[in-house]
Design a protein around this ligand. Structure first.
Ligand code: NAP
Ligand code: ZN
Ligand code: ZN
Length: 349
């Protein structure tokens, strides 16, 4: 079947309307009518070929929410009409140690929702800037939020799980002081989630204009990271830092804010490396720099349920599909409050 989509034919071309093929649903597949799709900075890195290996045409989008339109004969976990979501992956091997632990995101054969290998034509996956998608039932999540929140739930499928998983792994909670660096799509979710987990939250931003917002999002304290005095006030005080910044920057400025044995986890994935950190800042206080990639399917469901129970959604700006190129330009300036979400109904026009 053919569906309407928005994508690019080359890394230096704007996204345009295009028709793409979707496979007919197989026995274990779910066909989803996509209602909304969030716009992640990874979409921009990929579609502009900033990271290696983008296949064109490229249709990004891995923060997908919508309704089940049809299910294959063997599907037991979802039924027609259900509200569902799809995040950053649509397949994995399902039998390696990572998959068996529910950490499919770390499977060597994980297939991304776009730009991943597939037997479907044209040979790589196409994402959620499209009218419909066909996904194996294992990678389809249940949404328990009220339907009127659906657009604002979309960003949970990447920005939500990418921040939830490291916050849980490094034990953010009561009695811990957690820093969140960069208040964009990921960072604003990191603030909300760390607060809901019970941590004392310090937001770090380069944008003076986000100071007030950060408090409204749930930060107990806000630091404008360009201000050395404000930074120094937090020296050696943080248990954990979640760094979401999408561009290379000075990691030492944040490392020195960690307590002894603290960890800074990088989730931001800039196209060019950060300047090398000073090893003494790690040695002297046994500090660690770590990384984390999205989260597995069970933890993504846990995160969605946690957000539904705690009334957590993203702060979004809803856009029409044809506004996507302008939205990317604004993201590059840090001018987004705090996630663009495409209204996929506008793809039909
Ligand atoms: P975003 O909405 O564009 O937010 C990034 C934020 O970083 C900006 O709002 C800005 O916050 C801060 N920043 C500071 N200097 C910047 C600069 N020179 N250029 C851009 N941003 C700058 O991006 P996002 O969707 O949250 O994604 C953030 C990064 O995480 C991207 O690299 C993305 O590819 C990556 N990512 C990784 C995973 C994973 O699994 N590890 C998953 C999703 C995304 P302030 O204004 O507050 O300084
Ligand atoms: Zn993403
Ligand atoms: Zn596997």
């Amino acid at each position: 079947m053919t569906v309407k989509a928005y994508g690019a034919h080359a890394g230096d071309q704007p996204l345009v309307s295009m028709d793409i093929a979707r496979r007919e649903p197989g026995a274990h597949d779910v066909l989803i009518d996509i209602a909304f799709c969030g716009v992640c900075h990874s979409d921009l890195h990929t579609v502009r070929a900033e990271w290696a290996g983008t296949q064109f045409p490229c249709v990004p989008g891995h923060e997908i929410v919508g309704r089940v339109a049809a299910v294959g004969a063997q599907v037991s976990s979802h039924k027609v009409g259900d509200l569902v979501g799809v995040g950053c992956m649509v397949d994995s091997c399902r039998h390696c140690a990572d998959c068996e632990e529910g950490l499919e995101n770390y499977c060597d054969h994980m297939v991304g929702t776009y730009n991943g290998p597939t037997a479907d034509l044209p040979g790589w996956t196409m994402g959620g800037y499209s009218q419909q998608v066909v996904v194996h039932e294992h990678y389809v999540l249940r949404i328990r939020h009220p339907e009127q929140d659906l657009a604002a739930v979309a960003p949970l499928l990447c920005a939500g799980i990418t921040t939830y998983s490291p916050l849980r792994h490094w034990n953010a909670g009561p009695g811990t002081k957690v820093g969140v660096v960069g208040i964009g799509g990921l960072g604003h979710m990191g603030i909300k989630l760390a607060r809901a987990m019970g941590a004392h939250v310090v937001a770090f931003t380069t944008s003076e204009s986000k100071r007030k917002d950060a408090v409204a999002l749930g930060a107990h304290e806000v630091v404008v990271s360009r201000n050395a005095e404000e930074m120094a006030a937090h020296a050696r005080s943080l248990d954990f830092i979640l760094n979401t910044v999408a561009a290379p920057h000075d990691l030492d400025a944040f490392l020195v804010l960690l307590k002894r044995d603290g960890t800074m986890t990088l989730v931001g994935a800039p196209a060019t490396p950060h300047p090398s950190p000073n090893v003494f800042n790690q040695i002297m206080k046994r500090r660690a720099i770590a990384g984390s990639m999205i989260g597995g399917i069970p933890e993504t469901q846990e995160m969605l349920d946690f957000c539904a129970e705690n009334g957590i959604v993203a702060d979004i700006e809803l856009i029409r599909a044809e506004e996507i190129n302008a939205a990317y330009e604004r993201m590059l300036k840090g001018d987004v409050k705090y996630r663009f979400v495409i209204d996929n109904a506008t793809l039909a026009k």
